[in-house]
Each structure stands twice: as C-alpha cells, then as structure tokens.
Design a protein around this ligand. Structure first.
Ligand code: GLA
Length: 682
C-alpha cells in the first residue's frame, strides 16, 4: 500500500510516490504489505498467521492477479488474489469502494487445498499503511451507563491494541470504532482523519503499529484470542468487512459521509421512517399486569406517539420473570400478569390505533428457567466448573443449529400468533464467561461461530420479516456495531438517559452513526426540566419512558405538543446532514445542527452544559451547512407552555451571516435548552 489519502488528479503519478520517501530501510520488503503474512520474511505485526496441514508455520503471499467490477454508478469491487508459492493456500482481498460516500469496506477470503485442515491463528479483515508525521488516536471506552467515553492520545512506536474478549455484549468496555488523525488531532472542520469500524458483533481486534519507518500500520479484524480456526480443504473463511472513511476536512465531513453511507447501504431501512414510542421499562420495571399495560396503551394514544413497547417482564410461568433472576428462556406470556397473552394487548393497541412492540432477550437463559433444566447442553458453560453469572444469566450456544432454530422461533412464534406485532427490542445483557460449547468439536471456534450463528438467525428473520423495525440493545450500548445494524433499524445507545450525560454520549456516537438509528428516550433520569430532556431526546429517534399518568396537566400538554413539533422536523434530523457546532467537552454550551439536503430548512439544538454562575451563550454560535446566498427565518420552537422566547420573532438572516457571525440562542441558567427552526425565506 503505497498511498492512502486524497485522490491525485493524474493517476499516472501514483507510481512516483514511493520515490519521494527517504525513510529508514525496510528489512523485509513488506512493512507496507496489503496483507502481511507471518513465518517467512515478516518482522512486524502480521495480518494472517497459519499452521499448514503438515505443521509448518510459514506463509508467503504473492500477487497473482486482480479484478475490478463496477457494481453500479456508485460502487466498485476490487479483488486481489494472493497465493503462497509453496503451499496450495490463497487469500483474496476485497475492497468495495463507495465513491459518493468515500467509504471503503474491505475483507478477505481465505482458502486452501492442502491435504488436511489448516489452522488459522490470525485472520485480519484489513491491513492498512498510512504515512504521517504523527498519528493521533481517538478511541472510546466505557461500561454500563458510561458508553462512548473518548480518549485522544498520540501513538508511539510499537503497538496499541484495541480489542474485546467478551464474546457477547462485546462492546461493554470498548466499541469496534476508532479514529486516526494524521499529523495533529483533527477538529470538526480541519485535518486529515481516518475513521475505522468493524462489521462484527463479537470479539474484535485493532492493532495500531507505528513501525520502524514511522508509518502507521493498521491491522483490523475479528479477535484471534482463543479463536484458532481449523479450516477444511476447499472451505472458505470470510472475514467481516472493515469500514474506513477518510476526510481531509476534519471529523465533521467524515461523519457525514459515514452517516450517509450507513443510511443508504448498511442499516435496515436507513432511508425510511421510524416509529416514536412509549416504553414502560423505567416506569414499571417488572411490576405490571394486563390492566396496567392497557392503561399504558391508552397513554400512548394520549401522548400521540406511534407505538407502545412492553419491556422485560412479560414472560415465564414456572419461573415468572418478576425480577432479573428468573424466566429468561421461557418465552410464554406470564399467565398471572397477562391471562390473555400478548394477543389481547396487540388487539387493544390496534383498537386504540397505536402499534405494539415487545422486548426479547432471546440469546440468554436464567438458571431459574425451564429451558435451563430442559436443555443444559444448549448453554455456554464449562462442564466441570462452577457457573458464573452476569446479571444472573448465562448465554445460549448460538453455534448450535438447534439453538439457532429455537431463537428464530421465539420471534417467528410471536409474529405468527400476533401478526399485528409491529416492533422488537432485542436485548443481550450478558457477556460470555466459561466459554465452552457442548455442541462444537473444536472449542476455539466458539467465539466466531457464535456470531455467525446469530447472523444466520437474523438473516432468517429478515428473510421472512424484511420490514419489521427492531431495536438493537445490549444492556445499553453493549452491541452497537455495523455487523448487527444490518438487521436493525435502530440501537439503544445507553441505559443512561440523564440528558446531560446523553449530550456527551450522543455526541460521540454521532461521529459514527446517524440520528435515525439512535433511539433516545425521555425518562426520569437527571435533574433537568422536562423540556431539556425532550429536547435532547429529539436529536435522534424520539421515545418516552416516563409515567404519563403522573405528569401534571401542563407537562402532559407539553409532551403532546412536543411530539407534534418533533413530527414537523424529524425528517431533517433523520435524513439531513448533521453538524456538531459547539463541543460539550470544551464549551459551556453544546450545540448540534441538522440541515436538510436541499439546505432549505434546519433545526439547531443548544444546551447549557456548565452550571457554574453566569455561564451561557456569550457569543453567537456559528451555523454550518447552509447556503450562504439563501435567507433563513429563525424561530424558537418547543417552548414549554406559558413561556415566551427571549429571541426576537421573525428574524431573517442570510446563510452567509449565520455561518460567518452566527446566531445567539440565548442559552443561560433560565434557558438551559433551546431549539431553533430555520426555514428558507424565498
Ligand atoms: C437492559 C436494557 C434496558 C431494559 C432492561 C430490561 O438493561 O438496556 O433498556 O430493557 O435490560 O431488563
């Protein structure tokens, strides 16, 4: 890989690039290999390591040929064939380029025709080589309710590895996304920055190696931890795509490219619509019955949202799901809570003209369940060791086709019995301890075959139910990745719905994922007023998880109006361009803007994120993404009943003014959150 950067205007000049570098000697001739094999001349981190069927550990990969297929106007697929001259072993590298969005997906396919199985010990999806003076990594760490905490550091020589070994809920400590800025940390609008993300819902590994020549080698793929894969002759081993987007205009452009690509090519129904909803988790937890849910269905109607989502706690009979200690695995409606099953609720909802959705956590089992006793062999655990529980539960063995079938039928049965069911929230609360499958002969296949099994089930569900919206949840954002998002319409970023925290969490997610995929619920978390909470939740897919019956008349009136207000601009948030205007990490006021593709309307959200004395928007906030030559009317919207805006009504400014000088939303301790609507004046 001799160059990775802005396109040159004369393609003939690419060949002249290497001649311009006078870097230290490469003792291997392959520091910049497009897929670094190990065991021959390599001295650095490999992309692939194997043991051949005869026990030999060496691999050399030589270029054999390549092909470019133009898939459509926007997409081309380059494949590069590599072969080992000494063994009947080959790797094909794939590069799928999306020209308009500037996104590249890359993966590899490994195959051989040796006499016996080959052991794959490392099997990256991508192997990149970047040149720069210095490399600045923005990575993310977290835990429950603390997702997407950013850290920026300068990479030093040697290897920095970002990885997870958790198996399921794999991103609890670290999500499979990162950014590399070249030469200096990029800002929103300046600097060269590469985003990386892996389409994989299990263990991943990114090795970032500053090599002896000061180049940055990035080797990204599934984690090989405890996962040596035994590959049969003739069998293909396909690695999950690694996504990159490179911008030389800062983080903002890169994220808008990625958001566009995601909506167009990756998430389910990315260019479609979404359902606003009322969820009962925070208001009832496990304590509900049919009457309570029927009242909540009425509240859904009252609120004016599209759907009621019943959360955890509706199932289990011998071991009723009245807490998180029992019931997972037994997916029959609890007869005491719901004597007429789920069906009567769906019917009730339909009668009230709202849709009905349901929570499931199909990959899991509580030891207190019938399933645990009936199918101990379906559970991931060590046969002769004590069981360890995460949230009192264990993980089912998705590598086992019988388990795949069971999980598929949880969804299929619910939908067959209740064709009116309109939405699923698919949760996954546990990590894998004691990784052992009673089904697999080869234990080191478990982490990989688990995810492949999960995708098989999701494929099957999507084949039969291509349109039903599903939320991807994992005890909050424990499984937000582009592999899973192919099957889901949205994800749950965090159980932390404190709006102040959410401003930060949603800010970081927004670098990688579009607002249409980000489910935000208004809850009782946090000390901010209702308006603040709703404003924050509007920067994505709006939902509510509060007890409507406890709201004052004025609060209820406000919520109802807010739903209508949201309906009036949600298309801009879902399908428009997002601009992060004022960073909550470095400013007293955070500000985020969405502009529709024709640059004729926009919404700007601003919040006070520093409650010290006298803090507020002292300076105007510069807008972005408008048309300088157009004129825009600015109006404050989503005001709490009885309050008046402090902003002059009907002010009109040019796009030029709003982008050069800006506009002051007048955020202060009395006005902690402000939503502005921009409309072109013709
Ligand atoms: C997880 C989810 C929550 C809720 C609970 C139910 O923690 O993130 O939103 O669904 O499970 O047990």
């Amino acid at each position: 890989m001799i160059y990775y950067g802005k396109k040159l205007s004369s393609p003939g000049e690419y060949a002249q690039i290497p001649g311009e570098y006078r870097q230290a000697q490469d003792y291997t001739g392959m520091y910049d290999a497009a897929y670094t094999p190990s065991g021959t001349r390599n001295l650095l981190e490999p992309a692939i390591t194997v043991t051949h069927s005869d026990g030999n550990n060496s691999l050399a990969l030589k270029y054999v040929g390549h092909q470019v297929k133009q898939l459509n106007d926007d997409v081309s697929l380059l494949s590069v064939e590599l072969k080992d001259p000494a063994y009947d072993f080959e790797v094909t590298l794939y590069y799928k380029s999306y020209y308009k969005e500037d996104v590249i997906e890359q993966w590899s396919v490994i195959k051989h025709h040796e006499k016996g199985n080959v052991q794959l010990r490392k099997f990256a999806s991508a192997n990149l080589c970047l040149k720069g003076k210095s490399y600045w990594l923005r990575q993310f760490h977290g835990d429950w309710a603390k997702e997407m905490q950013p850290e920026v550091s300068k990479l030093t020589h040697g290897i920095k590895t970002l990885d997870t070994k958790l198996g399921t809920r794999a991103d609890l400590f670290q999500p499979p996304v990162f950014m590399i800025s070249l030469n200096q940390p990029s800002t929103e609008d300046e600097g060269e920055v590469l985003y990386g993300a892996l389409e994989w819902s299990g263990n991943f590994r990114f090795d970032l190696e500053v090599d002896p020549q000061n180049n940055l080698r990035i080797i990204a793929g599934m984690n090989n931890y405890a996962s040596t894969y035994s590959l049969k002759p003739g069998e293909e081993f396909k690695t999950p795509p690694f996504i990159t987007v490179l911008s030389n205009k800062g983080k903002g452009e890169a994220s808008r490219q990625l958001q566009d690509w995601t909506r167009k090519y990756q998430i389910m129904d990315g260019e479609g619509s979404r359902l606003t909803l009322l969820n009962n988790w925070e208001s009832t937890f496990f304590d509900f019955n049919e009457d309570k849910l029927k009242a909540l269905i009425k509240d859904t109607r009252k609120l004016g949202v599209d759907l009621f989502l019943v959360d955890d706690g509706w199932f289990g009979n011998k071991y009723p799901r009245n807490s998180d200690h029992a019931g997972l695995g037994d997916w029959q409606a609890n007869k005491k809570k719901l004597p007429d099953g789920v069906f009567s609720l769906v019917k009730e909802a339909t009668k009230d003209s709202v849709k009905f959705g349901i929570w499931i956590e199909p990959e899991m089992v509580n030891p207190k369940s019938e399933l645990y006793h009936q199918h101990p062999d379906w559970i991931i655990k060590q046969p002769d060791r004590p069981e360890y529980y995460f949230r009192n539960q264990l993980v089912l063995d998705m590598s086992n086709p019988k388990v795949q079938d069971f999980v598929y039928h949880i969804v299929d049965n619910l939908l067959t019995k209740n064709p009116g069911l309109a939405y699923f929230k698919w949760d996954c609360n546990s990590v894998i301890y004691n990784a052992h499958s009673s089904y697999l002969g080869n234990q080191s296949h478990l982490y990989i075959d688990y995810v492949r099994g999960l995708y098989k089930v999701l494929d099957r569900i999507r084949k039969k139910y291509p349109h039903i919206p599903m939320m991807l949840c994992s005890g909050g954002g424990g499984r937000v990745d582009y592999g899973a998002l192919k099957y889901f319409t949205e994800f749950w970023p965090s159980d932390n719905t404190d709006p102040l925290e959410r401003i930060f969490i949603q800010w970081e997610y927004s670098y990688f994922y579009p607002a249409i995929a980000t489910s935000n619920h208004v809850t009782a978390w946090g000390k901010q007023p209702l308006k603040f909470r709703i404003d924050v939740a509007m920067m994505g897919k709006l939902g509510f998880d509060i007890d409507i019956s406890h709201l004052s008349d004025k609060d209820l009136q406000f919520c109802r109006e807010a739903v209508k207000t949201y309906d009036s601009f949600k298309n801009i948030v879902w399908h428009g361009e997002q601009y992060r205007l004022s960073d909550p990490f470095t400013n007293d006021v955070a500000s985020v803007m969405y502009v529709d593709k024709t640059k004729s309307s926009g919404v700007v959200f601003s919040y006070l994120v520093n409650n010290r004395f006298g803090k507020g928007s002292k300076l105007p906030i510069r807008f972005k993404g408008l048309d300088a030559s157009k004129k825009y009317r600015i109006e404050e919207i989503n005001l709490y009943p009885g309050t008046k805006s402090t902003l002059k009504a009907n002010q009109v400014f040019s796009g030029d003014f709003l982008m050069q000088i800006g506009f002051n939303p007048d955020v202060n301790a009395q006005r902690t959150s402000v939503v502005l609507k921009l409309e072109e004046v013709k």
